[in-house]
Design a protein around this ligand. Structure first.
Ligand SMILES: Cc1cc2nc3c(=O)[nH]c(=O)nc-3n(C[C@H](O)[C@H](O)[C@H](O)COP(=O)(O)OP(=O)(O)OC[C@H]3O[C@@H](n4cnc5c(N)ncnc54)[C@H](O)[C@@H]3O)c2cc1C
Length: 443
């Protein structure tokens, strides 16, 4: 590639970063996409990994594989730690090096969000959130382990605590998780235990708001609420959690004993605002200009969950369509600037609607004037989610799994996998003893 070719650095291979990179595939420039994970993750289906419907490999694809045929694009596995806007470079930590500077002519930051515990970070060890594949596998372990622990527990008085699942936050993720745990206990686990009755599990969904699915129209929130109640979910609204520790959660003065509390509430943006020393909104998201650039830096764009932009007096929602459309827009703008063409009109988000699943074969859907709930909405949800998976192989695999799960109730990946604890219960094997010189000591 000639030295005169401008370089676009994209940080983040999520929805926004990937959309931008794909939209630059035919441009005469060099694209460098940096992500701290080697995979693009389809977050909307994370809850299905956490509840054993799908396995991690069915909702994530290597970024290098997705962009493998894009000749102008280099993928780098590394964590960006800062931006020098004067020198026009980002700093990257990789496996064996720190602070490596990568220069850019244009920069697109699409670094997403992480959990926010609303100032109570001490809750985190007891109430994991759901954001990455590792989070989903860890929550899956906790849920399945609770049933195993209860089955092994002779004292029936302890069964209730072990089989109480508390979900904090009744937005789409909390509602979907609650419905999926209810389906898990009613179908897959129902007949497999002898000492406990999995259907006796308590699923408690807590939210400080007055209704579930606060961003959906009232009628759909009511439909979702009825469905949750039908599934046996105990929905407690109007009070947030006051405290969470190893013994459970305290809600409105009541201590709910539980070994499995899951955080499905707030999100906090990445530190992109701090890297740029740019203006941010109250949540810490970078305030971007109508063309998604950062004030005073027409060469830097911020898109997706880590950007803040109002449209018609309302902030854009934290859903996947926003980063996808913004990533494409930023890429198009860069292409036009490089080609010397007229600038684009300001970015405008086209709202395709929102959906949430509530247990088996039931979803709520809101798009424009259409509000739907029930099986048809669930079919639409399934079709849309299949369409947006990153690769055809995943679409086929997820479709087959869903049909199988729907017909048989069986789950795709009901495994407890403690990656870091594989040796914790194991006595030294003959092989171990031999490798340690026969006496079990390191040599
Ligand atoms: C559990 C869950 C369920 C959801 N369900 C839905 C849904 O049903 N429908 C919907 O529309 N939306 C849903 N969302 C929201 C949607 O997934 C997000 O809005 C979307 O992923 C945001 O896209 P993004 O590109 O801004 O960030 P992300 O997709 O989060 O991508 C950010 C990328 O940046 C990388 N990164 C972050 N920091 C760095 C760094 N310092 N250096 C290098 N790389 C970095 C990350 O590894 C990641 O790959 C859900 C989100 C979650 C967590």
């Amino acid at each position: 590639m000639s030295e005169a070719v401008p370089r676009v650095v994209i940080v983040g291979g999520g929805f926004g970063g990937l959309a931008a990179a794909k939209a630059l595939r035919k441009a005469n420039l060099e694209v460098v996409l940096i992500d701290r994970q080697n995979h693009h993750l389809f977050q909307p289906l994370l809850y299905q990994v956490a509840t054993s419907v799908l396995s991690p490999g069915q909702i994530a694809s290597p970024i290098r594989g997705i962009l493998g045929k894009q000749r102008n694009t280099t993928v780098i596995l590394g964590q960006v730690t800062g931006v020098d806007t004067g020198r026009r470079c980002v700093f990257v930590d990789s496996v064996d090096r720190t602070g490596v500077a990568i220069d850019y002519d244009y920069l697109i930051l699409a670094t997403g969000a992480s959990h926010s515990y609303f100032g109570h970070d001490e809750f985190e060890p007891f109430a994991p959130g759901l954001k990455s594949l590792a989070d989903a596998v860890s929550i899956r372990n906790r849920i399945l382990q609770a049933f195993e622990q209860a089955e092994a527990e002779e004292d029936p008085k302890r069964h209730r605590d072990l089989l109480t699942f508390v979900l904090v936050g009744a937005g789409p993720t909390g509602v979907e998780m609650a419905g999926a745990i209810a389906a898990l206990v009613r179908n897959a686990l129902r007949s497999e235990f002898r000492r406990i009755d999995p259907t006796s599990a308590r699923i408690i969904l807590v939210d400080a708001g007055k209704r579930v699915l606060g961003t959906f129209p009232e009628t759909l929130a009511v439909a979702a609420m009825r469905r949750l109640e039908k599934l046996g979910v105990d929905v407690r609204l109007g009070h947030g959690v006051d405290h969470i520790d190893a013994d459970g959660a305290r809600v409105a003065g009541e201590c709910i004993a539980s070994k499995t509390v899951i955080w499905t509430a707030g999100v906090a943006p990445s530190p992109a605002g701090k890297w740029l020393e740019a203006a941010t909104d109250h949540a810490g998201r970078v305030r971007v200009q109508p063309d998604l650039s950062v004030s005073g830096h027409p060469e830097i764009f911020v898109v997706g969950d880590t950007a803040s932009l109002d449209q018609d007096g309302h902030p854009l929602p934290g859903v996947a369509q926003v980063p996808i459309q913004q990533g494409r827009y930023a890429a198009k703008l860069i292409r036009r600037r490089i080609g010397g063409h007229a600038v684009l009109p300001p970015f405008r988000y086209f709202d395709k609607g929102s959906m949430a699943v509530v247990g088996k074969g039931f979803a709520v859907l809101h798009s424009g004037r259409i509000s739907l709930s029930g099986f048809v909405a669930w079919m639409a949800w399934a079709a849309v989610h299949l369409e947006f998976l990153a690769q055809s192989s995943l679409r086929v695999s997820v479709f087959v799994q869903w049909v199988w799960t729907y017909l048989t109730g069986q789950r795709g990946s009901r495994l407890i996998v403690n990656y870091h604890e594989s040796r914790s219960w194991a006595k030294p094997s003959i092989h171990d003893a031999a490798s340690k010189g026969g006496n079990g000591r390191e040599q």
